[in-house]
Write a protein that binds this ligand. Structure first.
Ligand code: ME8
Length: 655
């Protein structure tokens, strides 16, 4: 490990969060990771800038505000304020909280638009296609589910036909492919890059970057002389990463560009790994080192959703279990990039085992031994004489951990540090300082206790970014101050704390025997987290399936039943949909809209049997409610409904 680059600038970003939602565990996750990176890089001595903020324009926000009887700006002020408050409560060390309604952001975005236009990357045309307001994304007909549904969230899209400015994304296809090839770590984790490469190889359409059908957005620059258009919210939003540094206004902080790491959830990787570098290339700006995409959090094995009432409110968890324990859990529990599950049990296990037994208990032992044998006064002068082997072992580990930070193997980073704690706990058992004291080997006992104090000091330095508040307490107890100088002395130069006086403090992580929040009491926050995602690219399916293995219990959360179709009708004006009434036994009939019209006529379906997903939340398609789904298999030869081999009683469960 080295901090040769002590003047190096490091820029770290989170996505800017939509203000139609209240912060939940997913937002907290991204923000905590970014905060950890920022704190780490400041401690190492890098000149660090950490950006977060809120994304406030677009049709979705305009519609949500109207529904609440507020102006879009009033609504944005209110929700943005709540995000900021939460990050302040969480002591998130952001250097700037950007709002896309800020005046300097608007100026910067307009300047960027002008530059892209002058470059010939923007032209005016007509857009005709499908728009999902929930995802603020355009889709071609071929991308839709059953002719109507958004491929990302499943909700109905609306048909848009309007004049629009386009960004020549198609011109960047080759440049993007070259970027991914030459910078295999541009997208992290690397496995995720494959999806993006496949997507780009499939061909890129030019991107519609303006809208005329609503107002809540940034106007085009005056020089365009076209007042009818507002900018597409993703162009506006992505540019926040440079306008926050003063692009187009006061550019002194542009020295932080390009970003070291831009954190995103896997749902918005495509925007950041395709559109964003293309926009930057168009602006002749350098590209970020890493776009790092994390996975999705579920709760007790289930997707979080408002309707299920199981959305995790991060503030409540942090208030009950402690902010630092929550931070540690989030960073340690799940390998970056994979989906993770939140449960109080998993959190308690981490607190009791890793934090209580391994870390907290080691500090207790230090306090006990130093107090009992040495009146709390510790001197390191003989540590090297007796424990060079242990020192070499721990320094080898700790000198190697920085790589895991910036390539986003954060759980690995913590695992390595925990190996060092294990060495310390083991050394106490192996050398038995109490026996040494009995045998008048005071010098050896002091060397051993001092070794443990030094290990604790080194570990604390490297855990400061993860658990700032608890580590401050540990540092106070060890009589040290964690700062860049101490980092250089203990980690870079592998030196020791010369002498110190230990201070007794209360247990840091008292054992938790029972969940602190009765499950039903974990307050739900309003959320839109339920985003059933359809994968865009079938080549990535295998990978995804490996990532998303489910348990048998999760499988049985789906109720599959045999149903008998008792009525079938065509849906007027729909090319694909048939409206079916399906008998599911015991007097239960469900209306199901199925996209099978091209393969089956309504008449031939009546009195036939089908397999039905019977516990699906109702959805609206073409203004009608669909209360279930039929199982079917589709390949290049067409679509076949799955049916029982012989007739079964309607409502028979499938397992
Ligand atoms: O997409 N698990 O904003 P957003 C993990 N404004 N992370 C989750 C999550 C979950 N269950 N749910 C949400 C937007 N997230 C745009 C971004 S950036 C120029 C514009 C996290 O409010 C995850 O980081 O919908 C995701 O990317 C982010 O919240 C989306 O927040």
């Amino acid at each position: 490990m080295s901090n040769q680059n002590s003047c190096k600038e490091i820029f770290i970003t989170t996505p800017i969060y939509y203000v139609n939602d209240v912060a939940h565990i997913g937002h907290a996750y991204t923000t905590i990771i970014a905060d950890m990176l920022a704190r780490y890089s400041r401690l190492v001595g890098y000149d660090t800038f950490f950006l977060t903020g809120t994304d406030e324009h677009g049709q979705k926000i305009e519609t949500s505000a109207k529904a609440k009887g507020k102006t879009a700006k009033e609504y944005a002020d209110e929700v943005s304020g709540k995000f900021k408050q939460l990050w302040d409560d969480f002591d998130i060390s952001y250097d700037k909280f950007i709002r896309t309604t800020n005046e300097d952001h608007k100026i910067g975005v307009q300047k960027a638009f002008e530059k892209m236009y002058q470059k010939g990357d923007i032209y005016k045309g007509n857009y005709e296609g499908n728009y999902c307001v929930g995802c603020e994304t355009f889709f071609t007909d071929a991308q839709l589910i059953e002719g109507e549904g958004c491929p990302d969230c499943g909700r109905a899209t609306s048909r848009v036909k309007e004049e629009s400015y386009f960004f020549r994304l198609s011109n960047y296809e080759d440049k993007l492919l070259k970027l991914y090839e030459q910078n295999p770590e541009f997208i992290l984790p690397k496995a995720k890059a494959k999806e993006i490469v496949n997507f780009v190889q499939g061909g890129l359409n030019d991107l519609s970057i303006s809208r005329t059908s609503f107002d809540w957005g940034i106007k085009l620059p005056k020089s365009m002389n076209d007042d009818n258009h507002v900018m597409y919210v993703w162009l506006d939003a992505l540019l926040n990463y440079i306008t926050a540094l003063g692009y187009g206004t006061d550019e002194k902080n542009m020295k932080y560009w390009p970003a070291k790491v831009q954190l995103v959830g896997k749902d918005i990787l495509r925007f950041h790994a395709i559109y964003w570098p293309a926009f930057l290339m168009s602006l002749d700006l350098p590209l970020p080192d890493h776009i790092a995409a994390h996975g999705w959090w579920t709760r007790d094995g289930q997707k979080m959703s408002k309707s299920k009432g199981n959305v995790v409110n991060p503030k409540e968890i942090a208030d009950a279990y402690g902010l630092d324990a929550f931070r540690y859990f989030m960073l340690r529990e799940v390998p970056f990039g994979q989906d993770g599950d939140f449960s109080q049990k998993a959190l308690m296990d981490r607190i009791n085992s890793d934090l209580g037994n391994d870390l907290g208990n080691l500090l207790n032992r230090i306090q006990g031994m130093s107090g009992k044998y040495f009146d709390f006064k510790i001197n390191s002068k003989d540590v090297k004489k007796y424990h060079q082997k242990e020192l070499d072992e721990i320094d080898a580990i700790l000198n190697n951990v920085e790589q895991y930070i910036f390539n986003m193997q954060l759980n690995r980073y913590l695992e390595e540090i925990w190996k060092v704690l294990t060495i310390a706990n083991k050394a106490i058992g192996d050398y038995e300082p109490w026996a040494m004291m009995k045998n008048n080997q005071e010098e050896q006992a002091m060397a051993l206790v001092a070794l443990i104090v030094n290990i604790m000091a080194k570990v604390s330095i490297l855990l400061q970014s993860v658990m700032p508040e608890k580590i401050l307490k540990i540092a106070n107890s060890l009589g040290i101050e964690i700062n860049t100088d101490l980092y250089n002395k203990l980690i870079v130069q592998k030196d020791l704390v010369d002498q110190t006086t230990i201070v007794k403090i209360d247990a840091l992580f008292p054992r938790i025997e029972q969940p602190l929040l009765p499950s039903a009491d974990i307050q739900e926050v309003e959320s839109k987290v339920e985003k059933p995602r359809k994968e865009q690219d079938k080549h990535t399916q295998d990978n995804q399936e490996e990532d998303n293995l489910i348990t048998i219990d999760q499988f049985f959360q789906t109720t599959l039943k045999v149903g008998t179709i008792i009525e079938a009708q065509e849906v007027p004006k729909s090319k694909k949909l048939l409206k079916l009434q399906v008998d599911l036994g015991e007097g239960q009939t469900k209306q199901i809209l199925a996209g099978i019209k091209e393969y089956y006529s309504a008449n031939e379906l009546i009195d036939t049997q089908v397999c039905v997903v019977a516990n699906l939340k109702p959805a609206k398609l073409m203004g009608m409610e669909s209360q279930g789904m039929l199982l079917a298999a589709k390949d290049e030869n067409g679509l076949s409904l799955l049916r029982p081999e012989s007739k079964k009683i309607a409502g028979t469960k499938i397992s």
